[in-house]
Design a protein. Structure first.
Length: 481
């Protein structure tokens, strides 16, 4: 008997004998991780996804953009070549953008296929279609699915997880057309490198794409509504990235807000609110995302939304509706695939009665894939300087590290923050190549409340970039109140 054929009465009667029935709406990281945990715990699981397993994180957002950036990173390796004794001369490395984008999309599709295969091998039923909440009846709820191939199916579940993601926000007078004016999920349609790419938005997405295409060879103008790129990030890290962008020839229009973008005979023109006009060959709109929470029965199903349209959840991913959970970008907690996946796992641990620790956003590490990268964890220096946290700060420039000298790395730093009274490490910032890897030891320290002395006494490889982490910890040894 398929899940779609199970009646409400049969679910009530067979709960103990057959295990709980879980329906997951959305196949991104929050959804597929929840499905795997639910199967591990013995539940019968159906996953509904309309655009492809992996969701936008795998197919149009995280995996594609980071693959593009990995390609661009190879171009930056020649910046210190002559210093290392490698004579590049006047040689250039032209980019075949069509091949780059084809590889990106193939890799994303392959990742999606791999995840689908894993789900199917674990016994997860997958339905291709769009799911929405139906009415509840006692301890069970219906989920209605408009199948991709046509027709509507009704699923019965005791537990529902919503992981419906978000889509790119646009400007009313700068609507993407997929050719010259682009959203972040359309840019892979390009077959030639933009001659002059105007990027509207200097948050994480805008900064990452601007940096990547700048390195690949495009002239780039970054329109930033703030006085500095990457608002909200560590101020010193953002300032360093901005200086790197400028050194590489990028034009940054600070404190400038885009009002409209329209096509011209040979490109695009972006109009700013102060009347200035910026002309280029292409424009990328990177001004945030909107949760996919409309039209899926949430209000009728008793699921409360925030004013921003995000689903309200607590620290174990519960919504305001009985046995309905939510995970990922649709919740607005943190727009990170790692957080979505953790929310999904926590939801199933809680719903199915397993041991669970509520989500602690203080232990979430994040990485911005610029070149160099910016990785962060825990409390911020801004909180310490404002007196919100009684902490000590130490900073080491990456250039003094012996391994960095060998690799020709000159730009970047490591910061550690510790509690003055106990010496417990509270957070940190790493700005360096592969910072996303280097932040992991600090993440472990924050998650497990290690002290600076405990970290300082751990052996590291000599020479290695991680050696600077223990050096920073040693510097904090005497920073006690």
């Amino acid at each position: 008997m398929s899940t779609s054929e199970i009646s409400v009465d049969s679910v009530r009667a067979s709960t103990v004998r057959e295990g709980s029935r879980v329906v997951v709406v959305g196949g991104g990281p929050g959804g597929y991780e929840a499905a795997l945990v639910a199967r591990q715990l013995g539940a019968f699981v159906t996953l509904v996804e309309r655009n492809g397993i992996g969701g936008s994180a795998v197919l149009t957002d995280v995996v594609p953009s980071k693959t593009l950036i990995a390609t661009a990173d190879l171009m930056t390796m020649t910046e210190s070549a002559e210093e290392l004794g490698i004579l590049t001369g006047a040689r250039s490395f032209p980019v075949d953008l069509q091949r780059v984008h084809e590889r990106i999309l193939k890799l994303a599709q392959r990742q999606s296929v791999d995840i689908r295969g894993r789900l199917e091998s674990e016994g997860v039923q997958i339905i291709d279609g769009a799911g929405r909440l139906g009415p509840a009846d006692g301890g069970v709820r219906t989920v209605l699915v408009d199948e991709t191939g046509g027709g509507t199916r009704e699923l019965i579940a005791e537990i529902v997880l919503l992981s419906v993601g978000a889509h790119a926000r646009t400007l009313p007078e700068a609507v993407p057309d997929g050719e010259r004016i682009l959203s972040w999920d359309q840019i892979y349609n390009l077959r030639e490198l933009p001659e002059h790419l105007i990027v509207v938005g200097s948050g994480v997405t805008g900064a990452e794409f601007a940096g990547a295409y700048n390195v690949l060879g495009s002239q780039v103008t970054l329109v930033s509504s703030r006085d500095q790129v990457l608002p909200g990030e560590d101020a010193e890290a953002a300032q360093l990235i901005e200086s790197v962008f400028t050194r590489r020839g990028m034009t940054i229009l600070s404190s400038s807000r885009a009002q409209a973008a329209h096509r011209t005979d040979d490109g695009v023109a972006v109009t700013l609110t102060d009347g200035r006009e910026v002309r280029g060959s292409h424009c990328l709109i990177a001004v945030g995302a909107i949760p996919n929470t409309t039209g899926i029965g949430l209000e009728e199903g008793g699921v409360a939304l925030n004013p921003s349209g995000h689903i309200q959840v607590d620290r174990v991913s519960r919504t305001t509706a009985y046995r309905v959970y939510a995970a990922g970008d649709c919740t607005g907690v943190l727009p990170l695939a790692s957080v979505a996946a953790m929310q999904g796992r926590i939801a199933m641990y809680h719903a199915l009665g397993d041991a669970v620790a509520p989500l602690d956003t203080r232990s979430v590490s994040a990485n911005i894939f610029t070149s160099p990268e910016i990785a962060t964890i825990g409390v911020t220096e801004k909180e310490i300087l404002a007196g919100k946290v009684d902490g000590a700060v130490t900073r080491l420039p990456i250039a003094r590290n012996p391994r960095a000298k060998m690799l020709g790395i000159k730009e970047g730093f490591i910061k550690l923050f510790s509690d003055r009274a106990s010496g417990v490490i509270l957070g940190g910032v790493v700005v360096a190549p592969n910072a996303g890897e280097l932040i992991f030891p600090i993440t472990l320290a924050v998650a497990h409340r290690l002290t600076v002395d405990q970290v300082a006494q751990v052996f590291t490889i000599y020479p290695s970039l991680t050696g600077s982490l223990t050096e920073a910890a040693r510097q904090l040894h005497t920073e006690r109140s």
